[in-house]
Design a protein around this ligand. Structure first.
Ligand SMILES: Cc1cc2nc3c(=O)[nH]c(=O)nc-3n(C[C@H](O)[C@H](O)[C@H](O)COP(=O)(O)OP(=O)(O)OC[C@H]3O[C@@H](n4cnc5c(N)ncnc54)[C@H](O)[C@@H]3O)c2cc1C
Length: 460
């Protein structure tokens, strides 16, 4: 055993330092089943233990890679055989729940679904949800500034975070566990660590904002025949149900058709030949009143021909089925081996021109192609999956260049919610100026002059 491993075992005990088969028994990620690579996985049980580990690694110039549930979509916790992985899987407790002030303090290794289930017992909610809920951790959610399906009403991770505790690369503990909604005392450390993808330090604890669980939920799948009607419908919902719309998810025709026919063959909820489909959800405090208000908006939208068809959900299982059409990635994954996938943000007012130009350019690249578009339209976030055939040549980099050039032209962002990691690093300058990148580099050097934290992620 190498010196550093012996010292780590001395600090934490052998059970907390995994090596050999205990590492390779784990997958690289949710998306990649090949065996995980690392010199060791260290699993501290407290912030102080972690601080001792990081101080030791700092002295020895040892690269560290923080990992949560390894569910990120941008290769942001990829490790090599020389890295030491920091896993907070033993730091997964709810430290305190404050029902009066609507906050919860948690350790960063806590799994999102465990938090959701515990809060539900008190009729409370941490408004963050997506398909990886059973594996992803609060640390990973914060480090990626994750979004999900409720951003329209509650915001992304940054908006849900009140305080953090962090261990810096040299082992210094920064405890900034603020519990107040208002705390205007200088630079915002929460926002610096949130979205930093493990490149500045390790988040060990967090104070999160909570809400009451909605007492009512009204959901409808609606069809629109023009983009203008989609945006007018969104404005109508927002003005008639102020602050209440929790989701406004849009699927372009091709995506809806593929998913509905694969997941509900022969019993698609509505015809699949409309141009756009919206999954709209209204969360409120009174089922009877809210259902009435929601239906009233739908009726007037039909009268104005903003909607041409639709179904309103009556049961929880119907609701789940409709969300599956929006959320389930399997039909796409099974239809082709390889996709160029994107998570871009654009002004809603630019989206129609963007998608028209995108389709024309992909056609120009290759007449044989498939373009699927869907996303959190209410948040200005589109997901794109593109496949193109061009004389058997790899197409992904060409399509990336095409998409990101177009995103830049429309002043959008190359990453709306998934982050940068390794995967999007080379495209970062399409959304950030040289001065912004230089400032980010200075921030990284201030926190991590030895470049030992999650080497190479976000910045070259
Ligand atoms: C099915 C599915 C659906 C998804 N849907 C969405 C979605 O709708 N919206 C969305 O935003 N994302 C979505 N994601 C991706 C999402 O970003 C991640 O699932 C989640 O936020 C990452 O959490 P994790 O614990 O798995 O972190 P990991 O993947 O393990 O790590 C992610 C990053 O965080 C860093 N990190 C992890 N823990 C810490 C810590 N304690 N301190 C500092 N750095 C740390 C890592 O180094 C890495 O850079 C989805 C993923 C899947 C698999």
């Amino acid at each position: 055993m190498s010196d550093i491993l012996e010292q780590l075992v001395g600090l934490l005990g052998a059970k907390s330092v995994l090596v050999g088969d205990d590492i390779s028994a784990r997958n690289v990620s949710y998306w990649d089943n090949s065996p995980l690579l690392a010199m060791a996985i260290v699993r501290p049980e407290s912030t102080e233990d972690l601080a001792a580990v990081m101080a030791l690694c700092h002295q020895q110039g040892q690269n560290l890679v923080p990992q949560g549930g390894r569910t990120n979509l941008v290769e942001s916790c990829l490790s090599t055989a020389d890295d030491i992985i920091i896993s907070l899987e033993k730091m997964n407790n709810i430290v305190s729940l404050d029902e009066v002030n609507y906050t919860v303090t948690v350790e960063a290794g806590l799994i999102l679904e465990t938090l959701q289930n515990t809060l539900a017992e008190s009729h409370l909610m941490f408004p963050m949800d997506f398909g990886a809920r059973g594996s992803c951790t609060i640390g990973g959610i914060l480090a990626t500034n994750a979004g999900g399906t409720m951003v329209l009403k509650y915001g992304m991770a940054r908006a849900l975070l009140l305080g953090v505790e962090v261990v810096l690369p040299d082992g210094t503990i920064i405890s900034s566990l603020n519990e107040s909604l208002k705390n205007n005392t200088g630079y915002d450390l929460n926002n610096l660590f949130c979205g930093s993808e493990g490149t500045l330090g390790v988040i060990t604890k967090a104070v999160l904002r909570l809400w009451d669980q909605p007492m009512s939920r009204s959901t409808a799948l609606l069809a629109c025949d023009s983009f203008e009607n989609l945006t007018t419908l969104l404005k109508t919902f927002q003005s008639r149900l102020p602050g209440g719309l929790s989701a406004y998810e849009v699927m372009w025709n091709e995506y809806f058709k593929l998913n509905a026919s694969s997941l509900m063959p022969g019993r698609e909820p509505i015809a699949s030949d409309y141009n756009y489909y919206v999954l709209a959800e209204y969360a409120g405090g009174d089922q009877a009143l809210d259902g009435e208000a929601f239906n009233a908006v739908l009726e007037s939208a039909f009268e104005q021909s903003l909607i041409v068809d639709g179904v309103v959900v009556k049961t929880e299982s119907e609701r789940e089925e409709l969300w599956q059409i929006r959320d389930n990635p399997e039909p796409l994954e099974h239809s082709r081996g390889e996709w160029a996938c994107f998570d871009v943000s654009l002004k809603i007012s630019s989206m129609e021109s963007f998608t028209d130009q995108l389709k024309a350019q992909v056609d120009g690249y290759s007449q044989v192609n498939e373009v699927y578009i869907y996303g959190h339209l209410g948040d200005g976030n589109l997901h794109l999956a593109i496949w193109a055939e061009r004389e058997g040549q790899p197409f992904i980099e060409d399509i990336e260049l095409l998409v990101y050039t177009l995103v830049k032209k429309f002043s959008g962002s190359i990453s709306a919610e998934h982050g940068i990691g390794l995967e999007k690093r080379k495209w970062l300058s399409y959304s950030r100026s040289q001065n912004e990148l230089a400032l980010m580099r200075r921030i990284k050097t201030t926190f991590d002059p030895a470049e030992m934290m999650n080497f190479g992620k976000i910045l070259q």
